[in-house]
Design a protein around this ligand. Structure first.
Ligand code: EPU
Length: 336
């Protein structure tokens, strides 16, 4: 493992915030997680950082940032229908996507272009274009950092929900995910429920295939989301709010054109981007902290924004959306 003292995490967070942590540990092998545990590291202040694409550091961090870099993909089982693939936490999500494309494995193709590491994917149940990663996860393995016991949770035991899982709730700060086991299909099938994806396939006259879907989604993503190699941001800053059917119907009386999607247990999910746009924030900037002009759900650092400026922008957006719609947006991004 590599250990650095007083280390800037600027290159480890896509918001590009230049803050320091007291200690930064790159974990190069899953066995090192156990060593760190034995040394009592998990009993002191710590934060497990994947690709840093869903985090906003607001100040220097006094504890240890632990960053898995161990990689590996292993086919554990294969039938005529599917493959059970065990992937190490430090593997780039993009690398897994390439593997699936190369080996014609179906299930997560709509999640192409999402930045980050595989170990982070189950934590917030990453999702896009009608697909959530939970639908392809068989099991999540790792080490409990409170009891120092290994764990293996089945899909059901992970309590996946919209941008949610047991790892954000009961197991928050209590585990280190070392591997994610995916069940990926060898049979050709696609999820084509998302209008923008179908529209792009039609526009290009393309038939669905892994390659065509990948290409179309990347084009749709690039037309709406900033290029994180150029503009600091962490993707959607807020979650789409979920209302009861009754709350939604009441709101619809004043705002009949609200975009909505069915959510779990008969609830209704609204588009936070639309609410923010209607509240007048799309494309607005306070100096270098801004609301992205092509997708209002994304807050961006146009260069020199401080974390406090992003936090203050976030609060202004929450307040104005609340005033107009009576709906309180919750950040999706982990604010530290
Ligand atoms: N909309 C607006 N104004 C905006 C943005 C969106 O009116 O500025 C409306 C449009 O009507 C659009 C609808 O909202 O049709 C939905 O927009 P979009 O397809 O861009 O999706 P989203 O709900 O805003 C979610 C995810 C994204 C994911 C996209 C595509 C969340 C929090 N965000 O955004 O995920 O890429 O769907 O599936 O669920 C991320 O999590 O970081 C992320 C980028």
């Amino acid at each position: 493992m590599q250990i650095y003292e007083n280390y800037s995490v600027k290159e480890h967070n896509t918001f590009k915030m230049d803050v320091c942590c007291a200690r930064f540990v790159c974990v190069e092998h899953p066995e090192e997680v156990r060593q760190l545990a034995k040394q009592g590291l998990f009993q002191s202040e710590h934060f497990i950082l994947g690709g840093g694409s869903n985090v906003l550091f607001t100040q220097d961090y006094a504890g240890t940032v632990i960053h898995p870099v161990f990689k590996g993909m292993e086919v554990m089982e294969e039938t005529d229908d599917d493959v059970l693939l065990r992937v190490a936490a430090g593997e780039e999500w993009e690398h897994l996507q390439q593997f699936c494309l190369q080996h014609q494995l179906y299930g997560i193709e709509n999640l192409i272009g999402i930045p980050g590491l595989v170990g982070s994917a189950p934590v917030q149940n990453i999702g896009a274009y009608g697909v959530e990663v939970k639908d392809s996860i068989a099991r999540v393995e790792g080490l409990r950092t409170d009891t120092l016991q290994p764990f293996a949770l089945s899909n059901t035991q992970c309590h996946f929900g919209y941008r949610d899982s047991i790892f954000k709730r009961e197991l928050k700060h209590k585990c280190f995910i070392t591997h994610v086991i995916f069940r990926l299909s060898k049979r050709e099938h696609y999820t084509l429920t998302y209008k923008a994806l179908n529209a792009e396939l039609d526009r290009c006259g393309m038939k669905p295939s892994l390659q065509n879907i990948t290409d179309c989604i990347l084009r749709v993503r690039n037309s709406k989301l900033p290029d994180i190699s150029k503009i600091g941001c962490a993707g959607s800053f807020f979650k789409n709010p979920v209302l009861t059917q009754a709350e939604f119907e009441q709101l619809q009386q004043t705002f009949p054109d609200l975009v909505s999607y069915p959510a779990e247990e008969g609830h209704v999910k609204l588009s936070a981007g639309q609410l923010i746009e209607k509240a007048g924030w799309k494309g607005r900037r306070n100096d270098d902290a801004g609301v992205y002009d092509k997708q209002a759900l994304v807050l961006v650092n146009y260069g020199m924004a401080t974390p406090q400026e992003i936090v203050s922008l976030c609060q202004q957006v929450i307040d104005d959306v609340n005033k107009l719609f009576g709906v309180t947006l919750a950040p999706e991004v982990n604010i530290l």
